[in-house]
Design a protein around this ligand. Structure first.
Ligand SMILES: Cc1cc2nc3c(=O)[nH]c(=O)nc-3n(C[C@H](O)[C@H](O)[C@H](O)COP(=O)(O)OP(=O)(O)OC[C@H]3O[C@@H](n4cnc5c(N)ncnc54)[C@H](O)[C@@H]3O)c2cc1C
Length: 573
């Protein structure tokens, strides 16, 4: 099939759907998603969406902006953080008016809870800023936006896996997608294409991310020469269920949960005396692993306890229903009686495709690439800098998803119709045929596990030159072995084996981009902690990293950070 529309959106999470709703009525719009839209990872978001509504206590967008910049260890572009914090109340009320069933205060306004790194009066004390629907906030927003998109008649190509971008004539003219049900390749042409393909936590062994989070959109653009920005900044969430990585939302600590070591000590009092368990995630993850290294993990092992027992059965059932049922389902633990064993889990990618505040992807020359846009976790605006605050991602998705949709709508009339190409799918068809012909070789599952293990051991919360160089060597070995991979299933319909081979290409290339960026940055900032360079070094490193593929080699370059209101200071919590 060859299909043509004005605008294509790759990804049906909150970023993609918010953009689609914004574009409705401005041309033909289609959304392509490799999973059924409401299965997108946005639906797993638990804790909430940040906005200085001031419903529970006085708040201001400037405090929110300050927290975002400080949380990001001053790598945040402050003009973008200002857009985020100022637009947040409008964005949340807009969702409310679309029908999102937020929890309520006794007087009927949207209820808010505390979350890591969100404070009042520029760091004086924790503040309640997270709007939520129990602990399934992402689910209700995703379902609401999906209904809105259907109501506007947006067309969906569900379970279509995008395998290539058509970047030609100096612009993006659409994409090539594999229909999973049939194995057919389709060319989808458009004047404007938005990448909203989410994060890539699956680069790591222990992660809170879903199986689909393999970073395909970021990879496809990178492969075509678009830079990736700030890839070394990978967020580890402090409280994954021990051994599984499944998330226990920060809402648990927002509602009063406490982290304890083997002595029962509330150790966060030593690491962040003012906001304790509600310090940002990079600080808490390092604190947990420091406790473990110093022998104060539970029973001397590699986890600590999250204690919710004092919150009471009723409060847990009303406010933290999903996560208490996870504790019961996966560990057989009743969280009102026993503490939950937790350890850091890979959660969020601060890095991604560089964009301006209106969703335009910026090429290696820093200029917008005609016809190509990005929003959500695959993009780097950059509002999260070196470390994202909890509840700022859902906000980023709806604020910048909307702005990207609006920009695409405005620019559509000036973008030319894509020129007819004889067969834009030919390169992919060739690769698939070659894969199918290959005689029995390695299975991709073994290579993926190896990569995930290496990244976990050598490029996670703590890093050194030695560990990163080891990771790079292993990745280069895997690049060779990848070319020997063969398919166990040569078929066309629902070929999960083939899908995993394609996704492994993304994981491997993105892992290498993370490691190369991390090796180059000889300082510690936010989520990037170099044990051999433990201090932040603003004189040398207050700048964004960019990596780009040029003739198969990775080129590293740097870009200034935009500082407007808040001069970088040491981060104390
Ligand atoms: C367990 C968990 C809890 C979280 N809780 C919170 C929270 O409480 N608050 C908060 O602010 N943030 C939270 N986050 C972070 C936040 O949910 C994510 O950053 C966000 O949902 C990403 O949204 P997105 O729209 O960018 O992409 P996603 O929702 O991840 O969607 C990606 C989309 O891209 C599509 N796609 C990907 N590759 C392809 C391809 N090759 N072809 C076609 N389609 C493709 C997928 O099908 C999917 O539709 C949480 C994250 C996790 C994992």
């Amino acid at each position: 099939m060859t299909f043509e529309s004005d605008a294509l959106i790759v990804g049906a999470g909150l970023a993609g759907l918010r953009a689609a709703v914004e574009l409705a009525g401005r041309g033909d719009v289609a959304v392509v998603s490799k999973v059924y839209p409401t299965r997108s990872h946005s639906g797993a978001a638990q804790g909430g969406i940040a906005a200085a509504l001031g419903n529970e206590e006085p708040d201001s967008w400037e405090w929110h902006m300050y927290d975002t910049v400080k949380g990001g260890d001053y790598l945040t572009d402050q003009d973008a953080a200002e857009v985020l914090a100022r637009d947040a109340p409008r964005a949340v009320y807009e969702l409310e008016h679309m029908g999102v069933p937020f929890d309520r205060t006794p007087s009927g306004t949207i209820a808010q809870r505390a979350f890591g790194g969100h404070t009042r009066e520029f760091g004086a004390a924790a503040i309640k800023r997270a709007c939520h629907a129990a602990d399934h906030t992402g689910r209700v927003i995703l379902d609401t936006l999906h209904s809105e998109a259907l109501r506007h008649g947006i067309r969906f190509f569900s379970e279509f896996h995008v395998v290539d971008l058509i970047l030609q004539h100096g612009r993006c003219e659409g994409l090539v997608a594999l229909e999973l049900a049939t194995g057919e390749l389709h060319v989808l042409r458009s004047r404007a294409t938005l990448l909203a393909t989410g994060g890539f936590g699956k680069v790591y062994k222990t992660t809170s991310n879903c199986f689909a989070n393999t970073g395909d959109g970021a990879y496809l653009a990178y492969r075509a020469g678009v830079p990736l920005q700030d890839m070394e900044f990978v967020q580890f969430h402090p409280t994954g269920i021990c051994g599984l990585g499944i998330l226990i939302s920060e809402a648990a600590r927002g509602e009063g949960g406490i982290l304890r070591n083997r002595n029962g000590e509330r150790f966060m009092e030593r690491y962040a005396p003012t906001i304790k368990d509600l310090a940002p995630r990079d600080v808490v993850s390092r604190a947990i692993l420091t406790e473990v290294r110093e022998g104060r993990g539970i029973d001397g092992r590699d986890f600590v306890h999250l204690d919710l027992t004092h919150l009471g059965k009723d409060a847990l059932a009303a406010k933290l229903f999903d996560i208490t049922s996870f504790a019961m389902t996966y560990l057989g633990i009743d969280a009102s009686v026993d503490p939950i064993p937790v350890q850091p889990t890979c959660h969020y990618m601060m890095g991604g495709l560089p964009t301006d505040a209106d969703g335009r992807v910026l090429g290696a020359d820093g200029k917008p690439m005609p016809g190509l846009y990005a929003a959500g976790e695959c993009a780097c605006v950059s509002v999260h800098g070196a470390n994202r605050l909890g509840c700022n991602s859902l906000l980023d998705l709806v604020v910048f998803g909307r702005r990207a949709g609006r920009t695409m709508g405005e620019e559509l009339p000036a973008l030319p119709r894509p020129a007819a190409e004889p067969d834009a799918a030919a390169p992919v068809r060739g690769r698939l045929a070659e894969l199918r012909r290959r005689p029995g070789g390695e299975r991709v599952g073994a290579l993926r596990s190896h990569l995930q293990q290496v990244m976990m051991e050598s490029c996670s919360v703590f890093r050194t030159e030695g560990s990163l160089s080891r990771a790079l060597g292993e990745i280069e070995g895997l690049e060779v072995r990848r070319d020997e991979v063969s398919l166990a299933d040569p078929g066309s319909r629902w070929n999960a084996d083939l899908l995993e081979v394609l996704e492994f290409d993304s994981l491997l290339a993105l892992a290498k981009a993370i490691v190369v960026s991390a090796l180059a940055r000889t300082e510690s900032r936010g989520a990037h902690f170099r044990e051999d360079f433990p201090e932040r070094d603003d004189a040398a490193w207050l700048k964004h990293t960019q990596v780009r593929l040029a003739e198969g080699e990775i080129e590293v370059s740097y870009k200034p950070v935009t500082v407007t209101r808040f001069t970088p200071k040491p981060r104390v919590y």
